[in-house]
Design a binder for this molecule. Structure first.
Ligand SMILES: [Zn+2]
Ligand SMILES: [Zn+2]
Ligand SMILES: [Zn+2]
Length: 923
């Protein structure tokens, strides 16, 4: 009998140059060059010129340091969306941006220079160094983002330090200032005494801190209902002894009951009745007596007491809604210069905002005996001082959550300073922003609650910063009378100045050089020479927030509002909110139609990545080791609705999934070398199995497209990976191998399978192209030219469509649902038969399927030959039976065909009938 080797030349052996080994880290840079040379970004826009736009507006990363897993994740997600939309035919420009101003860069420059040099050089020089620093990291990150395969206008990104961008800040400031939304006020704000600056809420980190916890008696100087019992004081509790010099009032809950507590030494302390027992425990009182009368807090309103630090000064009892009866004494020490609630209640009662603490955290003369001390050093001294005077009732320590500066990590204080604010109320900004939030699509859906709560609760927005590296608050102060000078004309002059020379000019030019000559102070009529430009700069969140104007509005290819903003969920406090508030403030509408937020990157155990834990993974290392497509596949595979895990195990699994997908592409390519679309077999002429394969492909396409449309990329990944493994590798490709290799090269059966393979290839490569941007390009370039049809890049290939006849598809799904179920049972039975030594290969087996009549009928309708092909056995027979189906395995009576290794009845020439015919035709 002839050996199979003799028939090798008669078989259609697969072949492709497409490499099995991906070697992505070496090959990806070649594809980057390929795209660069064809100018893929421009081509992708030109291809969809005039089509419906889809603008994903890039949130600017900070131009500092290298990219990390979080920034890589964010940029790749954006790229998936932009490429998908572009392939769907949308005009989808992507203009990347960078946030170039702000304290971290200034801080770094300061560190590099050292404090002496920093003090010696002027603001203009500092700004120059900051600019160099920022631009250096724009270049670094640009190369790193490009290496990830992210497509965009890298040659002309937006930078917040560009003159036109800087001018946009003034345009929005002008509108909101002239509307009355921006005001200057003294207000307690988070203040870092180390960095000498106000901090925004987004610049605050909360962490545990041990603080003093003291109870202090403030002696009444007016008559009280308890005077008959002894010397009466009101008892307060505080964790910030250093704020006592600024005390002006004690706030009680108006409707709560207050009583006197008589101590063993005869002193009477007034506090909320509900808290007496708790205070007694905290203060360690052995014996005390509650003495009458019981009065409402409101009954004590207006009663005076001796200020605890300043001799001869009185404070006053007031009432407020913020007094809690869960901790403390129900009598709240109130210093409007040092707390938000204190400030608000103080404003209601017309109290002064006493502020004895300087920029550096030391007391001025308002600190009384503690003048010159820093607030932290003053704490123990104040406690000791109170103890000596007999007004300290108890002192302990507590550990609690306390705000810290995001840069220097030091605890911050609340301190009233002159600042510029955006009012949430004066022009109805809060109300309008809440309405705008309701008009935006928030993804995931729950994130609308987060942004609503944040905007609903937030205090007025403090937008001034006492720093050098940024865009100035674009107003002037009259040096004669202190009036703020800011009119439509001065703003327009500043806009023109910034557009031509950038914001640097603010610090190098004199106002008379660029303001209209007739500019005067509205209060004292002083002229332009007496106007002083504001020293403060605006909050960087304001700056990045106005990108809707400086970028979306300014660039021809973009539009405002954008279709989508996409950032990490921390941006509900940051960029989403500053963009929303400036846009609603200036235009009355949100700058985005939808907002997608993703979780943070954490390690395999859900821990935050940190150098100290040693669990950080750099995307640059992953690219160097495995390739950017592995990073991209990991991005797609993760559910961004929660925190996103990454670890080397997760990346290994990702690489394994990648190999399955790559091998599928390789199989498809290797069987299409001799195929041309003109050889395609029509639907009606195809074997049924091939038609079903096309139904499965259509179902995949619908599923994947729907998942992209819902931005559910992990479903895209699972659908494509699952399809490669299950539908293709374990079924269709497994079955049609025989036809592809052994049928006549130009036979209808083989051309039909190739028709399916070509359709699968052209579909699959495009479905996963937004994710595996490098690999799909490689596939595209290795495809027979007739299939890629002159389209120079997969990115320009458009989106696959599904076109199977609906009614027939339904029938096939139902019938093959049965086939696949029985096939799974058969596989198990065959496995058992192999283990028992009954058969070697499945081709030697004959199956008897015992199954209910309807199952038998469905199987029979496929035809005996098709059944044997699909089960990859010699023969399948059917036997009607009750109950569940079972598959019986036996040995075939046939013989092994030496050409195709199927077991069949052999013909006179020793081959199976099919092979006999094929070989005969070759001679
Ligand atoms: Zn600080
Ligand atoms: Zn004036
Ligand atoms: Zn054969």
């Amino acid at each position: 009998m002839a050996d199979k080797r003799d028939y090798k030349s008669t078989m259609n052996l697969p072949g492709t140059e497409f490499p099995m080994r991906a070697n992505l880290s070496a090959r990806e840079p070649e594809w980057l060059k390929f795209w660069d040379e064809m100018d893929i970004y421009r081509l992708s826009l030109e291809a969809n010129a005039g089509a419906e736009p889809f603008v994903l507006h890039d949130g600017p990363p900070y131009a500092n340091g290298h990219i990390h897993m979080g920034t890589a994740y964010n940029k790749v997600l954006k790229d998936l969306i932009v490429k998908y939309k572009s392939m769907r035919g949308y005009y989808a420009p992507y203009v990347p941006g960078w946030d170039c101003h702000g304290q971290p860069i200034e801080h770094q420059v300061e560190k590099n220079l050292g404090p002496e040099k920093m003090a010696a050089i002027g603001q203009a020089k500092v700004r120059e160094l900051c600019r160099d620093y920022a631009l250096k990291f724009v270049d670094v990150q640009r190369e790193e983002f490009k290496r990830l395969g992210v497509r965009g206008n890298w040659d002309d990104p937006y930078l917040t330090l560009k003159p036109a961008y800087e001018a946009g800040n003034v345009k929005i400031f002008k509108k909101m200032f002239l509307d009355g939304a921006i005001y200057k006020g003294a207000k307690p704000i988070h203040w870092c005494i180390r960095c000498h600056t106000a901090l925004a809420e987004a610049e605050i980190e909360y962490g545990d801190e041990t603080s003093d916890s003291i109870y202090v008696a403030f002696r009444f100087t007016d008559a009280t209902p308890w005077d008959a019992e002894g010397a009466v004081s009101v008892l307060i509790w505080t964790t910030t002894p250093w704020t006592l010099p600024a005390n002006v009032a004690v706030t009680l809950a108006g409707e709560a009951d207050y009583v006197g507590v008589k101590l063993a030494d005869g002193r009477v302390l007034v506090m909320a009745e509900a808290l007496v027992e708790e205070v007694a425990v905290a203060a360690g009182w052995d014996a005390y007596e509650v003495v009458g009368p019981r009065v409402k807090g409101s009954a004590l309103s207006g009663v005076h007491y001796a200020q605890p630090v300043h001799e001869g000064v009185q404070g006053v009892i007031i009432t407020g809604d913020h007094v809690e009866l869960s901790t403390g004494t129900g009598a709240v020490h109130t210093a409007p210069g040092h707390g938000e609630e204190d400030y608000l209640v103080g404003r209601t009662f017309g109290l002064p905002t006493s502020m004895p603490v300087l920029d550096d955290g030391t007391f001025d003369v308002g600190g009384g005996p503690f003048v010159g001390l820093s607030v932290w050093d003053a704490n123990p001294k104040i406690i000791e001082w109170l103890r000596e005077r007999g007004t300290l009732v108890a002192a302990t320590k507590i550990s609690h959550s306390y705000p810290h500066c995001w840069r220097c990590k030091q605890p911050v204080i609340f301190r009233a300073t002159e600042q510029w604010f955006v009012s949430m109320e004066r022009t109805g900004l809060r109300e309008n922003a809440m309405r705008a939030i309701g008009e935006v699509q928030w993804i995931p859906g729950w994130s609308v609650n987060r942004i609503s709560a944040m905007v609903g609760d937030r205090p007025d927005w403090c937008i001034s910063r006492q720093r050098a590296w940024g865009v100035p608050v674009p107003v002037f102060t009259c040096s004669k009378c202190g009036e703020t000078v800011a009119t439509a004309k001065t703003f327009d002059a500043v806009i023109a100045l910034f557009e031509t020379e950038g914001a640097d000019a603010w610090f190098t030019r004199q106002p008379h050089e660029y303001l209209p000559a007739d500019t005067v102070c509205p209060r004292c009529a002083a002229g332009v020479d007496d106007l002083k430009p504001e020293d403060d700069i605006v909050d960087v969140w304001w700056e990045s927030g106005v990108s809707h104007t400086s970028v979306l509005e300014a660039r021809d290819e973009l539009n405002r509002p954008a279709e989508l903003y996409l950032e990490g969920s921390d941006q509900h406090r940051g960029w989403f909110q500053s963009s929303l508030l400036t846009s609603v403030g200036a235009y009355g509408v949100a700058p985005f139609k939808s907002v997608l937020t993703h979780g943070f990157i954490v390690d395999g155990d859900g821990r935050k990545m940190s150098k100290s834990l040693g669990n950080t993974i750099s995307p640059l290392d992953v690219i160097a080791d495995s390739g950017a497509d592995i990073v991209r596949l990991w991005v797609a595979s993760a559910d961004y609705g929660q925190d996103v895990n990454v670890s080397s195990e997760i990346l290994d699994r990702t690489a394994e999934a990648y190999r399955r997908i790559r091998n599928t592409f390789r199989f498809l390519l290797s069987n299409l070398a001799d195929f041309d679309p003109s050889m395609s077999v029509a639907w009606d002429d195809m074997p049924e199995l091939d038609r079903f394969a096309l139904v499965q492909l259509a179902d995949l396409t619908d599923r994947v497209t729907a998942s992209y449309d819902e931005w559910k990329f992990h479903q895209v990944f699972h659908a494509v990976h699952g399809y490669c493994v299950t539908e293709l590798s374990s079924f269709y490709l497994d079955v049609v191998k025989d036809r592809l290799y052994a049928d006549g090269a130009d036979s209808r059966a083989r051309r039909s399978a190739q028709t399916v393979l070509a359709k699968v290839l052209l579909t699959l490569v495009r479905l996963i192209a937004p994710v595996l941007t490098f690999t799909t390009e490689e596939v595209w370039q290795f495809m027979p030219a007739a299939l890629s049809a002159g389209v120079p890049s997969v990115q320009l290939a458009g989106w696959p469509c599904t076109d199977v006849p609906r009614a027939e598809a339904d029938e096939l799904r139902e019938a093959y649902g049965v086939v696949l179920e029985v096939r799974e049972g058969a596989t198990k039975s065959l496995e058992a038969a192999r283990t028992a030594g009954l058969v070697g290969k499945s081709q030697e087996a004959r199956l008897i399927v015992h199954a209910p009549a309807d199952v038998c009928a469905t199987l029979e309708a496929r035809g005996a030959v098709a059944l044997a092909e699909m089960f990859i056995v010699a023969d399948v027979s059917l036997s009607p039976a009750r109950g569940d189906f079972s598959v019986e395995v036996g040995r075939t009576d046939g013989e092994k065909c030496p050409r195709c290794w199927n077991w069949r009845e052999l013909t006179a020439d020793g081959l199976c009938q099919r092979c006999s015919g094929v070989v005969a035709e070759l001679h």
